[in-house]
Ligand binder design. Structure first.
Ligand SMILES: [Zn+2]
Length: 306
């Protein structure tokens, strides 16, 4: 299908009703016809426009069941506008801007919606990085310029993987890790990078003895001022920090940092998309493929104020 709105006018026209939104999601979730979410077999009776009954296991399904739209009390038309708001802006949206744009009653609702959408932005293990990949760690928090009121919080450690596509930067993966131990770093590499790839790191001993990868170790040598052993990682890290400080004014606590890393990754890996509408399409496509996330699971962390 790959049909998506190109402008806000298109969006308003195409998705003016709940039916239109639902039909779009049905196309995205079951492009080849209904497949039972429980027993994975095709074939259903339609109970209504919105409900299917599996012919095999009698499970009753709707297109939003099992997705982040499950149990929402707000119309899909509003959700679609939220997705547009998030994907149509080059640097993304803050909860404040989303609340204002959609006229949502509370900041908390806008904040929760953004986190639900971020959950759908990266699906780990679906497509791992490959070829030659630079891996390094970076710190976030506490002493970052512009971060106010978090001086007491310890720094967060972020593992960074960046594909080396010759002169260009390929895809990236980011995740918070507890420490720079062998276990943490190897765990990150195994999860994010295709076995058989070449992993390029600095001389940190934790990276030694990799299993299933070719290890290319860059050991510190005489170098010019400003030259980096892992230039791609360095560039991605500075863009990431600028984004966290800019769009989100640095107000990102450790408990939710991974969600922001997912959003940055989603945007970065699609930075060359010709159309913003394509991001809208991709995000909705991923939204209907994830599990529902109850609010209590999102707030979870203790360091964050909502
Ligand atoms: Zn079934």
């Amino acid at each position: 299908m790959e049909e998506y709105p190109l402008t806000i006018m298109d969006l308003e026209k195409q998705f003016s009703t709940e039916e239109a939104c639902r039909d779009y999601l049905i196309e995205l979730r079951w492009p080849n016809g209904f497949v039972c979410p429980r027993c994975q077999t095709p074939g259903s009776w339609s109970a209504s426009r919105e409900r299917w009954i599996c012919q095999t296991c009698r499970y009753q399904a709707s297109v939003t069941a099992g997705t982040i739209f499950q149990d929402t009390h707000k119309p899909l038309t509003l959700w679609f506008r939220a997705v547009w708001h998030v994907t149509s802006r080059k640097h993304g949206a803050s909860a404040m801007s989303l609340q204002q744009e959609l006229g949502l009653g509370s900041y908390k609702t806008a904040w929760t919606w953004l986190h639900k959408l971020r959950r759908a932005m990266v699906r780990p293990g679906r497509d791992r990085l490959s070829g030659t990949v630079e891996v390094d760690e970076t710190y976030w928090g506490a002493e970052e310029e512009g971060v106010i009121g978090r001086q007491t919080e310890r720094k967060a450690l972020i593992a960074v993987a960046v594909e080396d596509n010759g002169n260009k930067i390929g895809r990236i993966r980011l995740r918070q890790i507890p420490d720079a131990s062998r276990e943490s770093l190897h765990g990150f590499i195994n999860e994010m990078i295709e076995p058989g790839s070449t992993v390029r790191t600095d001389g940190l001993p934790s990276y030694l003895a990799m299993n299933g990868f070719t290890h290319e170790r860059q050991v510190q040598r005489q170098q010019d001022e400003g030259e980096h052993l892992l230039p791609r990682v360095h560039q991605v890290v500075s863009l990431l920090k600028r984004w966290l400080l800019g769009t989100h004014q640095g107000a990102v606590g450790h408990a939710h940092l991974d969600y922001y890393l997912d959003e940055f990754t989603f945007r970065f890996n699609r930075r060359n998309s010709r159309s913003r509408g394509k991001l809208f399409y991709r995000l909705l496509q991923q939204v209907v493929q994830v599990d529902p996330v109850p609010f209590r699971c999102i707030i979870g962390g203790k360091n964050d104020s909502i």
